[in-house]
Design a protein around this ligand. Structure first.
Ligand SMILES: [Mn+2]
Length: 236
């Protein structure tokens, strides 16, 4: 049995090539995966209502449900596009939700998981936005704004944030950020640190420590696997 780690599919419409490819990949994995770790930004936008899901995501939710039925556990680390992941994932899909990431033990290895949107302490404007989007006010608004309107607002917001990402990526080197983010976790005794967010596949192994940047499921189709305690980064 193996564990799979993937992030940053930014799924939007079921007909999109990357969406289809993820569904096919998850179908192939049925019955073969102990735990599927989703490290955030699987969706272009998600907000967790109790009884409502955004209809473009029904095919993915069904694929996840089928994996569950075949015995796969699902762990969801929230990203910056999918947060307040909520009751559907928790209660219907039976996921373990780690809103800010955290440590897990896999085959006896201490593994630190994070989406990666918090690795840069200098990105203050983003930290502020993140706090606002997850605040009690945002939760209260969720109860009164109709989901169709929330979806429309998210499309506008995500077009804006795409522009911001491009600029930030030029200013900050993802590999250097990940190395310094991982350092305290390695120092605290973790052997493996895995993040997404930067859309850059990174695999560094040194002195028994493994640092993995998951790349993305948009045009790289990269993902990590742990099989019998050995971590690898692969391409679908
Ligand atoms: Mn992200």
């Amino acid at each position: 049995m193996k564990d799979i780690f993937l992030a940053d599919a930014h799924l939007f419409q079921p007909g999109d090539a990357n969406y289809q490819r993820l569904l096919a990949f998850l179908r192939e994995q049925q019955g073969q995966v102990r735990t599927l770790y989703l490290l955030g930004d699987i969706f272009r936008f998600w907000l967790g209502y109790r009884h409502v899901v955004f209809s473009p995501y029904v095919p993915l939710l069904e694929a996840l449900r089928q994996l569950r039925e075949r015995g796969t556990q699902i762990v969801y680390v929230e990203g910056n596009h999918d947060y307040l992941i909520g009751p559907y994932f928790r209660d219907v899909l039976g996921c373990t939700i780690l809103p800010d990431g955290g440590e897990v033990v896999i085959d006896g290895h201490r593994v630190y998981l994070a989406h990666g949107d918090l690795v840069n302490p200098a990105d203050r404007s983003y930290r502020m936005l993140r706090w606002v989007l997850r605040s009690a006010l945002a939760r209260a608004l969720m109860q009164v704004v109709p989901p169709d309107m929330v979806w429309a607002i998210s499309r506008w917001g995500s077009a804006r944030s795409q522009k911001g990402h491009a600029g930030r990526r030029q200013r900050w080197n993802p590999e250097a950020l990940l190395v310094s983010h991982a350092q305290p976790h390695f120092a605290a005794g973790c052997e493996v640190v895995i993040t997404g967010h930067f859309h850059v596949p990174i695999f560094r192994q040194d002195a028994g420590q493994t640092l993995i940047g998951l790349g993305d499921w948009i045009d790289q189709f990269s993902y990590a696997v742990c099989e019998d305690g050995v971590f690898t980064l692969r391409t679908a």
